[in-house]
Structures are given as structure tokens and as C-alpha cells.
Unconditional design. Structure first.
Lengths: 382, 310
């Protein structure tokens, strides 16, 4: 990849991590700090000049740095069972030991959790609230459980409540024009990302690169450099050589294995080509709307994990069909029962593997190899 | 109409429901709360059940609908707001109206809400009356009376609740679900006397009555549900723990027992903070995790060992 992609990535990462303890040299941010969950309407925080950090994303970095086991053990010593989400256990251990590959994030002034991904994250944020003794705001996103009219009203009121609290905290006043600009930036980041992942099936590209590259869409989608990065990546990918035709197209249903060097089981899937993953589409948020509030409602209320099973089935099927995958590896993630149920109605041959996205000790590699072998036999015998 | 309700978040005033408190089912979804597992099983397997009503309050309850989607029985999910402010109350009020409407469309005319509210007020008043002096009675009998709705039909004290000698190992029970009576029996067998709890069917309902003169029963019910002693799934950990600790102080509690399901994330997260507070207060605690199978032997061993140190 050209230098400019690397430069953009470095610039985004440098900006994001600059107040982590490893780099900050004791300097604390001048702006207020929020810790947020992955599907928080961060456009509001950007518009109020509030810094925000994603503990979940940092857990992935910790696992990639091979440091997760020590932190998981430490959190268990403090009575947080390993049955809980391993993102939480990993970060709690990191905070107890005040250690990590990039140190620890700057102390929060406020915690914001949402339940449009799962109901576990608000529970985790509750123990963070105890640790830091700071306000906790939980935003309920009803999804498709109630009529759109009531859902929109409820979400609107909660967003306005959040804005009031953040205005008090930051002593800034929300500028709607800036909010609109941030939403536009996020939209552009999503559209550019869609161009990138489109090449996963047709070009000889590494799934590892895709799994790592989505981190910008998660953590810095409001930054215009993110769309610029993805546009550049898409352009370069368009010039890559075509994918080998003799590999079996496979869909990766579930999380990347953050602890794995390649983020997936490369060594066991050499005659397969990963042509797509639902995880890579989760942040393709739909910001459509006639005003900023409607945009935020559509984007954050209808996240994939907040959809009904019927609509999840439809969306997942469409995604798989578009990739041309003939089979799938379904990851039964011990830390995320909300994701696993998405794969209930996939109708292509599958190998179901029990894994954890952070804890490398969960996967039974022998069993995984056998299941993949069986999948290979099924496909090859057709 | 026989509706099986998972959790006390489902209000009894809207229609008559049966609260789920145990079933040995066929389904066994790995790494999934056993309580929710068995609930799904009962809805699927028990022909006497006409429908399922469940909350969206934790990851296990959140996806119950996904597993029941192909079943033709009545299904309804209520989103339980984390907050109890006016925004949350108004939203929950609208949900309760929609819930009632869905029931009427499926099952026809239902009992008048005002009548049911009065009935449930009576039930909760009776439960509260016995809760006030629970240390005088067998806690297992008290739970049995609640689960079998004995408080609805007169004073169960004479026939169901047996007095016991003054207890010395005063124990507070923290629980995630309607616990099975055998668990309470085991606890009492080993000399631990339960003097208070924050169980959904008992302590969490204390003092919660509907204003029968209200013009909006749905709103009054919404306020009642959201203003109970909170569940950890409502993310109000500090409020929950502080309230329990005050009650424990008043009751002069010697020990605390957590009774939760394995893979119950709200209580697993709560426990990590709750335990720390209990340790600071010098109150020993036991974390009993039920696995959905026959846990009796393990529970007996754990409770016996715990009772010995109190």
C-alpha cells in the first residue's frame, strides 16, 4: 500500500491515542472525556468538543498485543467472572493493573452506554461508574420492538437529554450546523468503507487488513480523514490482482479473533478465500433523515444487532449472497450471545466453531480443524 | 388464557399471568442463562401455555424472541427502560397500552384493569405484611405462598406459614429470578434464617401499590414497575446496593447469599461491585450459581460450608 494510506492511518491513531498514559507524559486533556460503547451517537460529542474513547476497541488491541490472559486473570481476582463479556474482563484487569500496550485511557468525566448492540455493555458501564464515580448515561434504543413513531419519540427525548447533560458538562452549547457536519462526515466514512469491502470477494486482498481497517470506522468515523483513508484504500484495492478462482469462497460470520495474528484461522483455511464478514458491515450505519435528529435515530436505533430476527435474516442473507460465498464459518462467541443468534437461519453449509474474540484459550483447535475439514468435504463433494 | 411471564418486570395488573419459576426443559443453549433456557423450553413444550411475555432487559431475555419466532403462540416483549425518569415512564406507559391492545386482539375481552390493580394491590399488601415479619416464618413457606398465589385468597399464615424459633444467623438473600423453594429450604436447613431479600417476587415489590383513584392506570403501573428496588439490568447499581445495605443494617444481617443463574450477566457484573461493598462492611457472602440442572447436592455442600463460618 502507498505511503499516504499509512500516513493517514498513523495520523488517525496518533490523534486517538495521544492521551493514553503511555504517550501523554502526564498531560491530561483540556476537553472533557467520555467513555462510550461502540454504537454511541458520537456525532453529538464531536459537536460539543468532548473527547471519547472505546474501551471495547482497546480490549481488541490488548488481545492483539498478547496481553489479555494476565488481565482476564486479574479481573477474576476482583470477582468478575470469566463468564462475563471478555471485553469487560480484559479492560477491568487492565484498569486494575494500570497497564496495557498503550497504557490506559484518560480518566472519564462521563460514561455513555447504549443497548443497541447488547444489554451487557450497560452492565459493564455500571461497574465503571462505580470505579470512577462519574455520571452514567444509558440510552435505550428500542429497535424494532415498538412502533417507529414511539421509538423515534423515545430516542429523540433521550438524545435531547444527553445533549443537555453534555452541554452542562462541557460548558459548550450544541451547534446544530457542526452536528450536521459530523453526521455528514460519518456518512462519508460509511460510504467509503462500503467501497473498500466490496473488493473483498473479487480481489486478492487480506481479510486481516479488512478486520484491522474497520477500527477507524468505529473510533474515528466523524473525522474527515477516515473517509479520505478509505477512498484511497478502495482506489488501491481496485488495482490489486483478481482473487484466485480455485479457492472456496467462504463467509466469516462473527467477530474477528483479535488475539490471532491474522484475526482469523488462516492456517486452517488455506484453500478457502474469505469473501466477506457480517462484522465488517455492522458499522454501515444508515444516517438517512430529513434533519439531524432523524438521521441519528435511523443510524443508531436500527443497528444490525438491534433488528428483529426476521430482518437480521434478510440482511445477512443479502450480504452473503452479494459476496458469492458458498459456505460459512459461524463463530459461536462465548462473549456475545446476541451475535450468535444472528446465524440461526443461514442456509449454506457451515462449520460452527466455539471461540472467544479476546480469550485465545477458548478455541479447541483440533475440533475446529475437524469441522473445517468436514465443511471442505461437503463443498468439494458437490 | 395462560401466559407465562419471565421476570417481575411484566406487570400483573395488565392481565393475569403466571410467573415462571422453574422447568426442566429439553433445550440447552450453551453459555446461555439456564433460567431463560428453561423458560423457552416450557413455552415450546407445555401445551397449557398460550403465550409468552418477556422483557428486553438482559442479553438472554433480549433474544428469547429470536428462538421463539417460528412458534404460533402469542409472544410479546416489553422493553424495560434503564431509567425511571419521566421520559422512561412515558415510553413504558405507551408500551403497556400496546401490550394490552395486542392481548385483546388475540384473546378477546380481558378483565378490567382497575379491578386487577385492586387485586394486585391486595396481593402486594399481604406480601409486604408478611415480609415485615419474615424472620418469624419459614422463608421457603413464604416463597411457596407467593409462587402459588396463596396471598390472593385470604390469609395463608394459618395454613401455609409456620412459625420458627428465633434465628441467630440472620441472612439476606439477593436473587436474579423467582427462585425455586428448594433453595430456600436448603438454606434454612443449615441454620441460616432469611430476614430480608431483594428478590423480584418479594423484597423488590415492597410498598409498591397503584393509586386506585388514578385517571391513567397504565401510567401508574409504569411508575410502579420502574420505581421498585432496581434490578441490575436497569444499570442503577449504586442505588441498588446502597438501598440493600441500609436494609441489611436495619435488619442486623450477619450474612448475604446471592442466588443467581450461571451466565446471568447483570448479576455477574453486580456481584463484582456488591461483594466489594459487603467486604468493606464486614459481611460474609456466598455466591450460589445455579446451572439449570439438579443443583441440590452442590448447593447443600456450599451452604453447609458457608453456614459453618457464620
Amino acid at each position: 500500500m502507498a505511503q499516504s494510506v499509512v500516513k493517514l492511518q498513523s495520523s488517525l491513531m496518533r490523534e486517538y491515542y495521544k492521551y493514553f498514559s503511555k504517550y501523554s507524559r502526564g498531560k491530561t486533556p483540556e476537553n472533557k472525556v467520555a467513555w462510550v460503547t461502540s454504537f454511541t451517537p458520537v456525532e453529538i460529542l464531536e459537536a460539543l468538543d468532548i473527547l471519547y474513547y472505546y474501551p471495547e476497541s482497546y480490549a481488541a488491541v490488548i488481545a492483539a498485543s498478547e496481553m489479555e490472559q494476565g488481565f482476564l486473570e486479574e479481573s477474576e481476582k476482583h470477582n468478575l467472572t470469566k463468564d462475563c463479556c471478555s471485553y469487560a474482563c480484559c479492560i477491568e484487569g487492565c484498569l486494575e493493573l494500570e497497564d496495557g500496550p498503550r497504557g490506559i485511557p484518560p480518566r472519564p468525566d462521563i460514561l455513555i452506554a447504549t443497548n443497541n448492540q447488547c444489554n451487557t455493555l450497560p452492565n459493564w458501564w455500571s461497574i465503571l461508574a462505580e470505579r470512577y464515580n462519574v455520571p452514567l448515561v444509558v440510552i435505550d434504543y428500542p429497535g424494532e420492538t415498538v412502533s417507529e413513531k414511539y421509538a423515534e419519540k423515545y430516542v429523540y427525548e433521550q438524545h435531547m437529554n444527553l445533549i443537555r447533560k453534555l452541554e452542562d458538562l462541557s460548558e459548550n452549547t450544541l451547534n446544530e450546523k457542526k452536528l450536521s457536519e459530523m453526521i455528514e462526515n460519518s456518512k462519508n466514512s460509511v460510504e467509503a468503507w462500503k467501497k473498500v469491502i466490496k473488493y473483498m470477494s473479487s480481489k486478492d486482498v487480506s481479510p486481516t487488513m479488512m478486520f484491522d481497517a474497520i477500527s477507524y470506522l468505529i473510533t474515528t468515523r466523524c473525522n474527515p480523514l477516515t473517509a479520505e483513508l478509505y477512498e484511497l484504500m478502495a482506489q488501491e484495492l481496485s488495482e490489486e490482482k483478481d482473487a484466485e478462482a480455485d479457492k472456496i469462497p467462504l463467509f466469516w460470520t462473527g467477530y474477528p479473533l483479535w488475539y490471532h495474528e491474522e484475526r482469523y484461522l488462516l492456517e486452517n483455511l488455506r484453500d478457502f478465500k474469505i469473501v466477506g464478514s457480517n462484522y465488517l458491515t455492522w458499522w454501515n450505519l444508515d444516517y438517512e433523515g430529513s434533519d439531524v435528529m432523524e438521521s441519528l435515530f435511523n443510524a443508531y436505533n436500527y443497528t444490525f444487532l438491534n433488528l428483529s430476527q426476521t430482518n437480521r435474516n434478510k440482511r445477512l442473507k443479502k450480504t452473503i449472497d452479494e459476496t458469492g460465498a458458498v459456505c460459512t464459518v459461524v463463530l459461536k462467541n462465548t462473549s456475545c450471545k446476541c451475535d450468535f443468534v444472528s446465524a440461526k437461519n443461514i442456509d449454506i453449509p457451515q462449520a460452527e466453531l466455539e471461540i472467544d474474540m479476546i480469550d485465545r484459550n477458548v478455541l479447541d483447535i483440533t475440533e475446529a480443524e475437524e469441522k473445517i475439514e468436514l465443511l471442505r468435504d461437503i463443498i468439494c463433494s458437490r | 388464557m395462560n401466559l407465562l411471564a419471565l421476570s417481575s418486570f411484566i406487570p400483573e395488573q395488565i392481565c393475569d399471568i403466571t410467573y415462571f419459576n422453574g422447568y426442566r426443559g429439553e433445550r440447552n443453549i450453551k453459555h446461555y442463562c439456564g433460567y431463560a433456557n428453561d423458560y423457552i423450553s416450557q413455552v415450546m413444550e407445555d401445551d397449557s401455555i398460550d403465550g409468552a411475555v418477556f422483557p428486553k432487559s438482559c442479553d438472554s431475555s433480549r433474544i428469547i424472541g429470536n428462538y421463539l419466532e417460528s412458534y404460533k403462540k402469542f409472544k410479546y416483549q416489553l422493553i424495560i427502560p434503564s431509567s425511571n425518569d419521566e421520559i422512561a415512564v412515558n415510553f413504558f406507559t405507551e408500551q403497556l397500552k400496546s401490550y394490552r391492545k395486542a392481548l385483546e386482539e388475540r384473546f378477546g375481552v380481558l378483565e378490567d384493569i382497575a379491578t386487577r390493580a385492586e387485586l394486585i394491590n391486595h396481593l402486594n399488601t399481604e406480601i409486604a405484611r408478611y415480609y415485615e415479619s419474615i424472620s418469624k416464618y419459614s422463608y421457603a413457606d413464604y416463597l411457596r405462598a407467593i409462587h402459588h398465589k396463596a396471598f390472593l385468597s385470604g390469609d395463608p399464615g394459618k395454613n401455609l406459614l409456620h412459625e420458627k424459633p428465633e434465628i441467630r444467623k440472620r441472612t439476606y438473600l439477593v436473587g436474579s429470578t423467582f427462585i425455586e423453594e428448594y433453595v430456600a429450604e436448603i438454606i434454612e436447613t443449615y441454620g441460616l434464617g432469611i430476614v430480608g431479600d431483594n428478590l423480584p417476587e418479594s423484597g423488590r415489590k415492597q410498598g409498591r401499590l397503584i393509586d386506585l383513584e388514578t385517571e391513567d392506570f397504565y401510567k401508574s403501573i409504569a411508575i410502579e414497575v420502574l420505581n421498585r428496588k432496581s434490578s441490575p439490568s436497569q444499570s442503577r447499581f449504586k442505588e441498588l446496593i446502597d438501598r440493600d445495605l441500609r436494609e441489611m443494617d436495619n435488619l442486623q444481617v450477619d450474612a448475604v447469599i446471592f442466588v443467581t443463574q450461571k451466565y446471568c450477566e447483570p448479576y455477574d457484573f453486580l456481584y463484582s461491585v456488591y461483594k466489594k461493598k459487603l467486604d468493606e462492611a464486614g459481611i460474609p457472602s456466598l455466591n450460589l450459581k445455579l446451572t439449570g440442572m439438579d443443583d441440590r447436592k452442590n448447593i447443600e455442600l456450599e451452604v453447609e460450608a458457608f453456614a459453618a463460618i457464620i
